[in-house]
Design a protein around this ligand. Sequence first.
Ligand SMILES: [Zn+2]
Ligand SMILES: [Zn+2]
Length: 98
Amino acid sequence: MSDPAVEAAQRQLAAQFGHDWSSMKLIVPTALRVRTEVAREALKPIRELHKPIWGNCGHMCCSGEECRMRTRVCGHDYDEWPCDTAKLVYTTEELDGE
Ligand SMILES: [Zn+2]
Ligand SMILES: [Zn+2]
């Protein structure tokens, strides 16, 4: 699975300590966790903005959720879910699991 917060943390560690950062056992668990939490916090408002909602079949009377033709779209840009932004801020597990 890919997790954008973990990937950002790994990139930052590589920038700070070089590409063999993962062999520096002393720093790794805490350093990775703290940076992942920071990255996740930064992604939070973007995730709040880009959330899936039920789209509908295009009929004005359609409630979306109950419609057989329903689709999921992004509540911010109304692109098909997951939108391009969502792919950058959710883990693949979150996007697959819903
Ligand atoms: Zn979106
Ligand atoms: Zn409908």
